[in-house]
Design a protein around this ligand. Structure first.
Ligand SMILES: NC(=O)c1ccc[n+]([C@@H]2O[C@H](COP(=O)([O-])OP(=O)(O)OC[C@H]3O[C@@H](n4cnc5c(N)ncnc54)[C@H](O)[C@@H]3O)[C@@H](O)[C@H]2O)c1
Length: 252
């Protein structure tokens, strides 16, 4: 099995891990809508495979925009049978820093993009998937990106870790709810992957993170993440939980 019959919606697909998934789907003959804020990057990527990729500028934290984007993807490609949530922001910062307490609206912004955005993509995708003709009793797969910060968040990751552990927490109730529709829900918790997001991290912290990875002693590549997305899509027994992909990294 491959992504040949896949029609995906990928949030955050204009960069990093989401882009890795889009590329793998295209290489295998599948189709994908890229839902991302970054129109310049998104349009340029979609232009490379116009038959297979559609860019839809979307703020993943906006309910109406996410619903409209997934509707548009389903109309354009005829169905949606895979949703991959990769849109996210770091949202680093101490609760009490030299500048004073972290503003509530900063914390809420991280929650709105990372967590509410994952919920909105789930909702919009499942609404379409439930009407798909079943293949091997299955109508769709929903995969979200958590982080190993869901389990061992570092100092300065209160907001980020809160959203990532909440994504993990959604998986079992989602799997239970969607079981009768034949829709599976999984989360992936990456360690450190070399993407635009990681490029924002100061060199000193990048080096510290790299030193924490037992094997392979390097950052992950987006296609290694995409390969796990593909496996989850193919393996029906994976449902309602989270898989770490981290080279045994445990953040300190
Ligand atoms: N790179 C890592 O080491 C790593 C590790 C663990 C988890 N993650 C998670 O993986 C996901 C992807 O991260 P990445 O490393 O590929 O980062 P990235 O910055 O390369 O890509 C993230 C994408 O999300 C988009 N985005 C941001 N806010 C958005 C919004 N409101 N609406 C729509 N799109 C939005 C950005 O434009 C960007 O294209 C994130 O959820 C991140 O938290 C990354």
């Amino acid at each position: 099995m491959s992504f040949e019959n896949t029609v995906a919606v990928i949030s955050g697909g204009a960069s990093g891990l989401g882009l890795g998934v889009a590329k793998r789907i295209v290489d295998q003959g599948g189709k994908a809508a890229i839902l991302d804020l970054n129109a310049e990057q998104g349009e340029a990527i979609a232009a490379q495979a116009p038959e297979q990729l559609l860019f839809i500028q979307t703020d993943i934290s906006n309910e109406a925009q996410v619903d409209a984007a997934v509707d548009k993807a389903a109309e354009h490609f005829g169905k949606v049978n895979l949703a991959v949530g990769c849109a996210g922001i770091l949202g680093a910062g101490r609760v009490i820093s030299k500048k004073g307490p972290m503003p509530a609206d900063y914390f809420q912004k991280v929650v709105n993009i990372n967590l509410v955005g994952s919920f909105l993509l789930t909702r919009a995708a499942a609404r379409h998937m439930q009407n798909n003709d079943p293949v091997n009793n299955e109508r769709g797969v929903i995969i979200h990106t958590a982080s190993i910060a869901a389990f061992e968040g570092q100092l300065g990751q209160v907001a980020y870790s809160a959203t990532k552990s909440a994504i993990v927490g959604m998986m079992l109730p989602l799997a239970r709810e969607f079981a009768r529709s034949g829709i599976r829900c999984m989360a992936i918790a990456p360690g450190t992957f070399d993407t635009q997001m990681m490029a924002q991290v100061p060199d000193e912290i990048r080096q510290q993170l790299a030193a924490e990875i037992p094997f392979p002693p390097r950052f992950g590549d987006a296609d290694e993440f995409a390969s796990l997305v593909q496996h989850i899509n193919e393996n029906q027994m994976l449902n309602g939980t989270v898989i770490r992909i981290d080279g045994a990294q445990r953040m300190r």
